[in-house]
Structure formats: C-alpha cells, structure tokens
Design a binder for this molecule. Structure first.
Ligand code: NDP
Length: 343
C-alpha cells in the first residue's frame, strides 16, 4: 500500500523526502481486519488542494481544520471503491466519496465515514469524469459558488477581477460571473493559462501577472474600476487591487496562497481605501456552508446541461506522483484542478 506520510513540519515550501515522503506498507486485503461498521476503500482519485499546506503545521496552532499528524498518511477529499465492508450502507463495488488517505487503500472506521450517499450513487451512474466530483461539482466549485454569491453579490454589468483565475476555484468563479452578465477579468502566472481564460472560458480580459505590470493591466482592462475582487492570492496583488476598487466594492477573501510558504508576510499598504471607498472585505470557509449544497448542485447541473460550463482538470497518475503534484499547486505549475488518479 503505497502512501505519502507527513514527516516534518515545513517552515517554507515543503521538501519531498524531508517533510512529505512516499512509503510502502504491506497490506493483506483478503484478511484485512475490519471492525463492525468499518470499510476498506481502493482509492481511485485524490484531490490536492492548497489548504493542505495549512494542515502541515504545528498541531498546537489552532485553525479551522486539524493539523496533519506527524508520521501518519496525509489525507484529502477523494473517490474510491469499497473492496471490503462491514457496513450495511456499503457493498463491495460501491463508490465512496469523502476523506481518504494519500494512499492506494484506506481503512475507514465507522466513526470516520464521511461519504455523501447521494453523490456516491450519482458518481456510479454519471457520464461526467469522476474527477469533476472533486472539482467542478465538489469543494472547489462550491467554494466559487458560495464566495461569489454570498459575499460578491454579483450584479449584471459589474466588473469582477479574479486571481488564480485558471485554478480549481477561479475558473468556476469566472464562468458563473459570465453567466450572470459581468465583465470578467482574470490573472494567472502562465501565458497558456491566459489563452485558456480568454479563448476557452471567454473571459473579457486576462493577463500574466509574472510578465505584466498588474497596476497597468488593471487600468487598461478595468476602465470602469472593479466592483468585485475574488481574491485567492493576497499579498501585493491585493494591495494593488485595492487602488482599483469602486465605491462599495466587495472583496471575497477566499485565500492568500502567496503567503502560505513565506516567512516574511506581505504588509498591505492601501488599506485606507477600505474606509474611503466603503469597501467590504469578507473571508469565508466553505466548510461552514455545506448545508447549502443543494442549490449549488442543482444550478451547476443545469448550467452543465446547457453547455455553459467547462472545467479543466490537471490529472497526474500514480500516488507516487502526489507529492510533486502538490508542490506544483504551491508554485503555479498546475493548470486546472489538481487531481491524482491512483488507479
Ligand atoms: P489552484 O488550482 O488555483 O492552484 C493554486 C494556484 O495559485 C496556482 O496554480 C498558482 O496559479 C497560484 N499561485 C501559487 N502561488 C502563488 C503566488 N505566490 N502568488 C500568486 N499566485 C500563486 O487552487 P484552488 O483553486 O484550489 O485554490 C485557490 C485559492 O482558494 C487558494 O488560496 C485556496 O487556499 C483558496 N480556497 C479557499 C477555500 C475557502 O473555504 N475559503 C476553499 C478552497 C480553496 P497562477 O500563479 O498561475 O495563477
């Protein structure tokens, strides 16, 4: 059973072999001991997400999600097939959608079963790629939907600016904003991502923040200012955007990935705009909204049926490639939703 363990707490970018490491452990599936209610899963797809970096911390530092345990296998959202079951709800061959380990097989005790029954039935029948249930129709898609609608409160004709726009969350934010009649401008750190945003997702404008001047591009692409900033990066980009926001603009503080691996956090200077422009800057954690999943699932499926949504997954094969794929998210080498196809 190949898997990736959490070996040591990083204080910058995690290093493979030093902080996270691939290990192989014996597993006897036929004789695997299961207590009442437990299941054993053969993992198929594992979602890799930026929040996992925040779990690689000192367990004494409190946060909305527990720290990973040193010496144990890392975990994340995933999809698998039940290969052994002592649980009435799951038969061998059923799909499981919930928390799994970064490994080939995961033993899930009854009290840790987090599967979503409705979604599991749908995954079995659906013609959509299974990976979409971890991205477009999973946590990242839901993050986009909740953040944009609840905090962004988009109105037709407004301008939205999106950072990390080609990523798991950003590509959904942009497309929903287009459906709602907004002018959509995005940024990403690679020219092929920019082409994708403009040519495939029909963004009204996009630029590469690594090769262009963000301030100049925003002046050019958002001549009427910005009404909503969907922020996934924080740092200097947030600082620059503050100067381009309109009165009563909303900042959806979704994430600050530019700060996740640094020992020298960026100090935002343009905060006075919050007062003078009556800005709303609001953070959110998608976990708090899972009870509001139903309208998201309904609306997204409708848009998918109407051909209004596209989604780019970035799939790597084999659990042995999970550590590098995870680092790629933190350095911008992923292009689309990062998923590991385990088998
Ligand atoms: P992505 O698929 O967008 O991958 C992360 C992307 O961030 C990279 O591809 C890279 O793209 C960009 N990035 C990485 N480092 C930097 C940097 N130093 N400066 C600027 N951009 C950088 O990830 P997700 O869509 O899954 O997540 C996007 C954000 O949303 C993250 O901040 C994440 O933590 C947050 N999030 C928050 C949730 C919540 O509940 N609040 C839930 C889910 C996600 P490029 O540089 O090419 O643009």
């Amino acid at each position: 059973n190949k898997g990736v363990i959490f070996k040591a707490i990083p204080d910058g970018y995690p290093v493979i072999g030093e902080h996270i490491e691939l290990v192989t452990r014996e597993i006897d599936i036929k004789n695997f001991p299961l207590a009442d209610g437990d299941i054993l899963i053969k993992n198929q797809y594992l979602s890799l997400d930026p929040y996992m970096r925040s779990r690689m911390r000192d367990p004494h530092v409190e946060s909305y999600v527990d720290a990973f345990k040193l010496g144990k296998v890392l975990e994340g959202h995933g999809i698998g097939t039940v290969v052994k079951s002592n649980n009435k709800k799951y038969q061998v061959g059923d799909h499981y959608h919930g928390f799994i380990g970064w490994e080939e097989y995961t033993h899930i005790p009854e009290n840790a079963i987090s599967g979503d029954e409705g979604l599991e039935k749908e995954i079995s029948k659906s013609e959509l790629p299974k990976s979409h249930f971890l991205g477009l129709l999973g946590m990242p898609g839901f993050t986009a939907y909740i953040g944009l609608n609840k905090i962004g409160k988009p109105k037709k004709g407004e301008t939205i600016f999106i950072s990390a726009a080609s990523g798991a969350v950003g590509q959904v934010v942009g497309q929903i904003a287009k459906i709602k009649g907004l002018c959509v401008i995005g940024t990403a750190g690679d020219d092929s991502k920019i082409k994708y945003l403009v040519n495939e997702l029909k963004f009204d404008g996009a630029f590469n923040y690594k090769t262009c001047n963000t301030d100049e591009e925003l002046t050019k692409l958002c001549p009427n200012g910005i009404d909503i900033y969907f922020d996934s990066v924080g740092g200097e980009t947030l600082d620059i955007v503050l100067g381009h926001l309109n009165t009563n603009a909303r900042v959806v503080a979704c994430g600050m990935i530019s700060q996740y691996n640094t020992k020298n956090p960026y100090g935002v200077k343009n905060l006075m705009n919050v007062v003078t422009k009556r800005l709303l800057i609001q953070g959110f954690i998608v976990l708090d909204h899972y009870h509001e999943m139903e309208p998201f699932q309904k609306e997204m499926r409708e848009w998918l049926k109407q051909g209004k949504l596209k989604y780019k997954d970035d799939i790597v094969e084999g659990i042995q490639n999970a550590p590098e794929a995870f680092l790629n998210i933190l350095t911008g080498k992923n292009f689309g939703k990062a998923v590991v196809k385990i088998c």
